[in-house]
Design a protein around this ligand. Structure first.
Ligand SMILES: [Zn+2]
Ligand SMILES: [Zn+2]
Length: 117
């Protein structure tokens, strides 16, 4: 995956979506409208996000059939950020209940499922 801004656009759509393409220009620093269109098309092709028609235009949001773990892993892959081996979370995209690094490859959420309290 060598499309510029693929990771940041994916993150913005999952964290703030559904939203129109125009809003991504404000959410993702330094992105251009052409780049956003390319990234959105690639992400839809991968099944990571989906679009829906709205009376204000087309909105982009997380794909209903896509697991967040898969999206997080795609984000880590696209950005090269270090990610959790278990769930793919990164510093920019942590687990919903927030987490921290237990080891350099395992976050607290995943570590917690293996520890019997
Ligand atoms: Zn994890
Ligand atoms: Zn995590």
């Amino acid at each position: 995956m060598s499309i510029p801004f693929l990771g940041p656009v994916l993150l913005a759509v999952w964290q703030h979506g559904p939203l129109p393409e125009q809003e991504l220009l404000d959410l993702v620093p330094d992105v251009t409208s052409g780049t956003v269109s390319t990234a959105l098309a690639a992400l839809m092709q991968e099944g990571l996000i989906e679009s829906c028609a709205d009376r204000h235009g087309t909105l982009y949001g997380p794909a209903a059939l896509c697991d967040e773990t898969v999206a997080r892993q795609a984000y880590a892959q696209a950005t090269g950020a270090s990610s959790c081996q278990g769930c793919g979370c990164t510093a920019a995209w942590p687990c919903p209940e927030s987490c921290w690094w237990v080891t350099s490859e395992l976050c607290s959420t995943c570590a917690g499922t293996r520890i019997v309290a």
